[in-house]
Design a protein around this ligand. Structure first.
Ligand code: GLA
Length: 387
C-alpha cells in the first residue's frame, strides 16, 4: 500500500511539473499516549507515530521559487518567491511547507527553491498532527536534498518555529518531534526541556490489548485563541512561582505551590493539571517498563479527568467517548492532543474492542452527534525517505 502511494505521488509530481522528482519522503501523524499540554511547560510527553502518513515528492530549484501542490486540496500549483516569504502572510495550508522553507533560510541554510507535491492520509483537524506531518516531511526532504546535515531534533525545532512564527499557532515541540523521531513498535518518552528521548517498547497486540483512536469529527484549530490562553495561563503560573517553567514544580511540592498561588483559581487549576500530568507520564513509563500495560488504563482516565476539569479543554463528544468506552469495559480512555475536539484514545482488551466501538457509536447516535471514526492505532515508524 505504502509503495503504491509513493508511486502515485511520484506520478502526480511528474504530471504537474514535467519531470521526475529527485525523491519521495514520508512523515507520520501521531497520537499522544499521555502527557498533554506539558510540552510548552518543559515537561514530559509520550506520543507514538500513526500509520497515517504525509508523502512528499520533491526536487530542488536554483531560482528562488517554491512551487507547492497537494493531491488533497483542490486548486492549481501555488508559486511563491522565497524572497516574499514572511510570517503571517499566508492563511492557507501552504503556510506550513512555506513556513518550513522560511525557517530553514532564516536559520542560514542555503535552500534555493523546490518543487513539492504532497498527498496525505493523516486526517486534518482530528488532533492527529496533520500539520506536523506536513512540516516534517518537507523539512526532511530539504535536509536530504540540500545536504544540510541537520539531526531529527533540529528539524523538529525548525518545524516548530515555522508553526509558531510563520503560521502563528503557539504550539509546543511534541508533534514535530513525534513525527521526526518515533520508531515502529515504540512510544517516544520525550523530555521537552532538552529533547532527550527514550524509545519505550509498546507492543499491545503481544499482550492481548488494543488501542483505539476515536475521531469525534469535531474540528479544532490551535491558532484560534483557547490554546494560547492556556499556554499564557501556565506561563503566568510559572512566573508567579518564580520558576522558568511549570516542569520545575515537584509533584510532592504541588500543594505548597498551589497555596503560594493564592486565590487565582484558574491558574491554580492549570498548574495542577500540568504538574499531575508530568507525574502521570512518569508513572506510565514505569508501568510499561515493568511489563504491566493494563495498569496504564486508569492513568489515562485520570489524565482525561484532569484535562476536562482542571485544564478545561474537553468537549461533550470527547467526554462521551470516554464515558461510553469505560461503560463498555475499556481499561482506560482519554482525549488526546490539543483538545476542543479532535480524537480520544481507548485502551482495551482486544476481545472487547468490538463491543466498545459499538457502544461509542450508539452513544453518539443517541446524543445526536455525527458518527465518529474509529480505528486501531499500532505504533508506526517516524519520518523517512521512501524513494
Ligand atoms: C497540540 C500541540 C502540541 C501539544 C498538544 C497538547 O498537539 O501542537 O505541541 O501542546 O497540543 O499536548
Amino acid at each position: 500500500m505504502g509503495e503504491q502511494r509513493a508511486r502515485d505521488v511520484r506520478a502526480g509530481f511528474t504530471e504537474l511539473y514535467g519531470s521526475e522528482p529527485e525523491g519521495v519522503w514520508s512523515a507520520p501523524g501521531r497520537v499522544n499516549l499521555i502527557g498533554e499540554h506539558t510540552d510548552y511547560n518543559d515537561g514530559f510527553v509520550m506520543p507514538f507515530a500513526l500509520p497515517h502518513r504525509t508523502l512528499a515528492a520533491v526536487s530542488r530549484r536554483a531560482d528562488g521559487v517554491l512551487r507547492l501542490h497537494s493531491a488533497d486540496v483542490e486548486g492549481p500549483v501555488a508559486e511563491l518567491a522565497l524572497s516574499d516569504l514572511a510570517p503571517g502572510t499566508d492563511r492557507a495550508w501552504t503556510a506550513y511547507p512555506a513556513g518550513v522553507v522560511w525557517a530553514l533560510r532564516e536559520a542560514g541554510h542555503p535552500v534555493t527553491g523546490a518543487d513539492i507535491h504532497l498527498a496525505s492520509t493523516v486526517p486534518a483537524g482530528a488532533g492527529l498532527s496533520s500539520s506536523a506531518a506536513l512540516e516534517v516531511v518537507v523539512a526532511l526532504a530539504l535536509n536530504d536534498l540540500y545536504e544540510l546535515g541537520l539531526q531529527r531534533w533540529q528539524l523538529a525545532r525548525l518545524c516548530q518555529r515555522a508553526e509558531n512564527v510563520y503560521v502563528g499557532a503557539p504550539t509546543g515541540i511534541m508533534d514535530q518531534t513525534a513525527s521526526a523521531c518515533c520508531e515502529e513498535g515504540h512510544a517516544l518518552f520525550l523530555d521537552t526541556r532538552d529533547l532527550s528521548q527514550r524509545q519505550i517498547p509498546f507492543d499491545l497486540a503481544a499482550e492481548g490489548l488494543r488501542l483505539l483512536v476515536v475521531d469525534t469529527r469535531v474540528q479544532h484549530a490551535h491558532s484560534d485563541g483557547e490554546y494560547g490562553k492556556r499556554r499564557a495561563g501556565c506561563e503566568k503560573g510559572a512566573a508567579l512561582l518564580g520558576l522558568d517553567a511549570l516542569r520545575d514544580v515537584a509533584y510532592d511540592g504541588l500543594d505548597e505551590a498551589l497555596e503560594r498561588l493564592g486565590n487565582d483559581q484558574e491558574v491554580r487549576r492549570l498548574v495542577r493539571h500540568v504538574v499531575t500530568e508530568d507525574e502521570r507520564v512518569e508513572r506510565t513509563v514505569a508501568l510499561l517498563e515493568s511489563g504491566d500495560p493494563r495498569a496504564i488504563g486508569p492513568v489515562l482516565t485520570e489524565g482525561h479527568v484532569s484535562l476536562r476539569d482542571d485544564f478545561r479543554i474537553s468537549c461533550p463528544e470527547l467526554d462521551l467517548v470516554v464515558q461510553a468506552a469505560l461503560g463498555a469495559g475499556a481499561l482506560g480512555a482519554r482525549m488526546t492532543g490539543g483538545g476542543f475536539g479532535g480524537s480520544a484514545i481507548v485502551l482495551a482488551e482486544a476481545t472487547d474492542t468490538d463491543a466498545i466501538t459499538k457502544a461509542v457509536e450508539e452513544a453518539f447516535a443517541a446524543a445526536g452527534f455525527a458518527a465518529p471514526r474509529v480505528f486501531e492505532a499500532v505504533p508506526a515508524a517516524g519520518a523517512r525517505r521512501v524513494e
